[in-house]
Design a binder for this molecule. Structure first.
Ligand code: G4P
Length: 530
């Protein structure tokens, strides 16, 4: 065991997944308030300035407009060092959102109690399932009229295919929201409106055995419903099993209201206890123990033009083991080069803080002179192993792209290839031709604007884009398939990536199923592997 075991084991690195407007930002803000002192934008700020700092961070996000970023917030709570990875949502949704999940050790899924499971949650959830990381569910907005609790749980189980285990249970919702029942302690924690969390809530903890007191706080009718529901729940729901939680097979479910700051600390405490320390990660040479003394990390995201004045690229790394110290020599495995990481920093929105030291579980950003690619490994100079690559995630929007001025062919190919290398877009070609026709695939439509803007501004190339109707792309897993003999549907299109690997495009999901039916033994995947 290494000397850094204590530091590494107190780290919890997670991402919050949700559909826009479910309350991810509000919940994150409340976490930071509990953290008391937050490490944001380079300085440790007290409770009073925490809110201010967070809103600055969002202001910067807004100002930045088309730039697509995900930031990391680090704070301390109860001796834990917590890293929250922000997964960009709304129209900023892109492959980076997925990649961020590759750097996390667990995920918190926020669901709006009146909406249930929504599209974006479903997509992000698939990545968590693929990685088998623990997933915790926070059902938010209980201060508004909510869907039936059993139905909400049923929906999670059916739509996402994960068993649920409520840790607590809501009593009413909307105007009738009275609090939650804590199943383990067999007690009720009462709700009081905290005026959007600005004042301390007056919470009472009442044993369910103390029926008179319970009735005086939640009313006779709520009490009866609660006791019925508990009985039903105890008979029907999965038993709590930490092992299953850690394998991502069972999600502990909590109820609350981020806006009014109810149920947030209860959630945070349970989450920190149940979730995992930094996970061991696979390499070609076996599994690397996160608490080993030797530093190692992998690049999960590259961001160009973080700062307009400098035109730089930042590579974001997840530290997987050991300790990082500023100025130390490391080996970039894919480049086979020993180097010093230049200006290592913790990136908080647009502000940067030079990092003196960081441990397994932490995220750092380093200046990238154009040597790193997504998925690259950095480790101690005497080591040589590579972490498993980051899969390519299925784009959902496609366009055919051409340069307007044929004389600028060279700049066009150079620009579009570099932007693809950073991982902002994916590029493909027609199956039987070369680079004269480029098909661009993106996860979020905003990336098309980013591409156009960057080609014009950085490479001086004007482009024309023609949207294509495809929404589904599949990688072919079996290497021996003869594409000319493949029986597809009329809307199917064969393309290839830059390495010549064949892929299939479809207009609708039905055609994917049809093609699988028509070609026995064909294996298609939504994730591309290196
Ligand atoms: P997001 O990051 O997941 O997109 O969601 P965000 O936290 O921005 O929340 C979206 C909206 O939902 C916000 O309202 C926020 O105040 C509200 N909200 C979040 N949690 C709760 C909750 O527990 N109960 C209720 N009733 N509302 C909640 P908004 O009107 O869009 O913004 P604002 O004017 O309130 O800032």
């Amino acid at each position: 065991m290494g000397n850094y075991e204590k530091e590494i084991n107190r780290r919890r690195t997670f991402a919050i997944i949700s559909h826009p407007d479910a309350g991810k930002t509000t919940l994150t803000e409340k976490f930071l308030l509990y953290g008391g002192a937050i490490n944001l934008a380079g300085s440790v700020k007290g409770k009073a300035t925490a809110r201010h700092a967070v809103s600055d961070w969002m202001e910067i996000e807004k100002e930045r407009g088309i730039s697509v970023t995900s930031s990391v917030l680090q704070f301390e709570y109860d001796d834990f060092c917590i890293n929250i990875l922000d997964t960009p949502g709304h129209q900023d949704f892109s492959e980076d959102t997925y990649r961020t999940l590759m750097a996390a050790d667990s995920a918190v899924m926020v669901i709006d109690a009146s909406k249930g499971v929504e599209a974006q949650t479903r997509k992000l959830f698939k990545v968590c399932v693929m990685r088998k990381i623990p997933i915790f569910t926070f059902i938010n907005k209980m201060d508004r009229d909510a869907n039936d609790t059993f139905e909400l749980l049923d929906e999670i189980e059916k739509e996402l295919g994960i068993a649920t285990c409520p840790v607590n249970w809501p009593i009413g919702s909307g105007k009738n929201f009275k609090g939650v029942y804590d199943r383990k302690g067999k007690q009720v924690i009462t709700y009081s409106d905290t005026q959007k969390g600005t004042k301390e809530g007056e919470t009472n903890v009442i044993s369910t055995l103390d029926e008179d007191k319970l009735v005086s706080f939640i009313g006779q009718e709520n009490k009866e419903i609660l006791l019925d529901e508990i009985e039903l729940l105890d008979g029907a729901s999965a038993d709590f099993d930490l092992d299953k939680v850690q394998k991502g097979e069972l999600t502990p479910v909590f109820f609350g209201s981020a806006l009014t700051n109810f149920g947030v600390e209860i959630f945070l405490k349970h989450f920190l206890e149940m979730t995992t320390t930094p996970l061991p990660r696979k390499t070609g040479e076996g599994i690397i123990d996160p608490v080993s003394n030797d530093f190692s990390a992998f690049v999960f995201k590259i961001q160009a033009n973080m700062n307009k004045a400098h035109r730089d690229r930042i590579a974001f790394m997840r530290i997987c083991s050991g300790k990082f110290e500023a100025g130390m020599e490391v080996k970039h495995v894919q480049g086979n080069k020993v180097m010093r990481l230049s200006q290592p920093q913790q990136i908080m929105a647009n502000d940067r803080k030079i990092v003196e030291e960081a441990y397994g579980g932490d995220i750092i950003g380093v200046f990238d002179p154009g040597v790193f690619s997504i998925g690259d490994t950095i480790c101690m100079p005497n080591e040589s192993f590579a972490y498993e690559g980051i899969p390519t995630f299925a784009p959902e929007h496609f366009a055919r792209v051409r340069q307007v001025d044929t004389m600028k062919r060279k700049q066009f190919v150079k620009g579009i290839t570099q932007i693809a290398q950073e991982g902002a877009i994916q590029i493909f070609q027609e199956f039987h031709t070369g680079m004269e026709e480029i098909i661009v695939g993106v996860v979020g439509v905003l990336q098309f604007d980013v591409l156009k803007y960057r080609l014009e501004n950085e490479y001086n190339v004007e482009i024309k884009m023609e949207n294509l109707p495809y929404e589904h792309i599949r990688w072919i897993e079996n290497k021996d398939v003869d594409l000319d003999k493949l029986v597809g549907t009329s809307d199917m299109k064969k393309i290839k990536d830059l390495k010549g690997n064949p892929l299939l495009l479809f207009v609708n999901a039905w055609s994917v199923g049809m093609t699988l039916d028509r070609n026995e033994g064909l294996v298609l995947s939504e994730f591309g592997r290196e």
